[in-house]
Design a binder for this molecule. Structure first.
Ligand SMILES: NC(=O)c1ccc[n+]([C@@H]2O[C@H](COP(=O)([O-])OP(=O)(O)OC[C@H]3O[C@@H](n4cnc5c(N)ncnc54)[C@H](OP(=O)(O)O)[C@@H]3O)[C@@H](O)[C@H]2O)c1
Length: 260
């Protein structure tokens, strides 16, 4: 198994996944395999011919890494006959009052969401055996995600960030997602797009309170506000319908269970 972006948040959870020990793991750093370099990606993946490529590498603000990098990895995996597992995001959607299924058309408005939607299309067009996993906000218990670091900064008195009461997502523990990735690596019959996220929608404010309660029980010290009050433009309600994944035995814990 070759993994891009192993030093990132999800990559660290993949390294921790107990089932990963069954795989011979190749995990080149960005310095060794920069996904923006097409020839290098094609050459290396052809040389290594891994059974599976797990593509985690991305930079939120960089179209070249997200779009071109994914095109290179997808073409290389297809040419080498490697199964590709590509990570995508609920942000490909703009938000609405009912859950999104895998076959809903992406309509996200942010640059990141549009680039990730384009990357999905490139994976599907590359023609190899591939699976696109769309997930939601990730968090951890051994490693902290950006929103957990935001909460820690507020509790330490170093930030006055406010958390939205009306931005709803389906947060997933990155360890659960990592276990799902490893399980799905071995299931080449599962292809296309799959939603793998937490079982319940939660507001960013409630999620932040759950982290604060686990950190030191001072959740009441967090300041919350509505998206309108902040004057920002944010996704309001992006809920992924994960029933297809559930029917395959793939399930993420609720935040309550995962933090217990
Ligand atoms: N975290 C979330 O809440 C979340 C939610 C939904 C979907 N996702 C998706 O999950 C995937 C992994 O996210 P993450 O949170 O683990 O990301 P992350 O923590 O930001 O890590 C990104 C990884 O990509 C590497 N990278 C960046 N540019 C690269 C390049 N040009 N070539 C090769 N490697 C490069 C980074 O290496 P360096 O550290 O050396 O730069 C790092 O290892 C992404 O596809 C993301 O869209 C994440």
């Amino acid at each position: 198994m070759l993994v891009t972006g192993i030093s990132g948040f999800l990559g660290r959870h993949l390294l921790d996944a107990s089932e990963i020990g069954d795989w011979e793991l190749l995990s080149p750093s960005k310095a060794v395999l920069d996904v923006r370099q097409r020839a290098r990606v094609l050459d290396d993946i052809k040389t290594w011919t891994p059974n599976v490529v797990v593509h985690l590498a991305y930079r939120r603000d960089d179209r070249e890494t997200i779009v071109d990098g994914t095109r290179h990895v997808a073409e290389a995996a297809a040419a080498a006959g490697s199964r590709l597992i590509h990570l995508s995001t609920d942000v490909v959607f703009a938000g609405r009052d009912r859950p999104y299924r895998e076959d809903d058309t992406p309509d996200g408005e942010s640059s990141y969401g549009r680039w990730k939607a384009t990357a999905e299309q490139l994976v599907l067009r590359a023609g190899g055996n591939s699976l696109i996993i769309r997930t939601s906000l990730l968090y951890g218990t051994d490693h902290q995600s950006p929103i957990q670091r935001d909460v820690a900064e507020v509790l330490a008195g170093r930030s006055e960030m406010r958390f939205f009461t009306d931005e709803y997502r389906c947060p997933a523990h990155a360890g659960d997602l990592a276990a799902a990735i490893v399980a799905l690596a071995d299931r080449p019959e599962v292809t296309g797009i799959l939603h793998v996220a937490g079982p319940r929608r939660l507001s960013r404010a409630d999620l932040a309170r759950a982290f604060a309660a686990r950190m030191d029980g001072r959740s009441a010290e967090l300041t919350t506000c509505s998206i309108n009050e902040s004057g920002m433009s944010r996704l309001a309600n992006v809920v992924l319908d994960c029933s297809l994944a559930n029917s395959l035995g793939i399930q993420c814990r609720s935040v309550e269970d995962a933090l217990r």
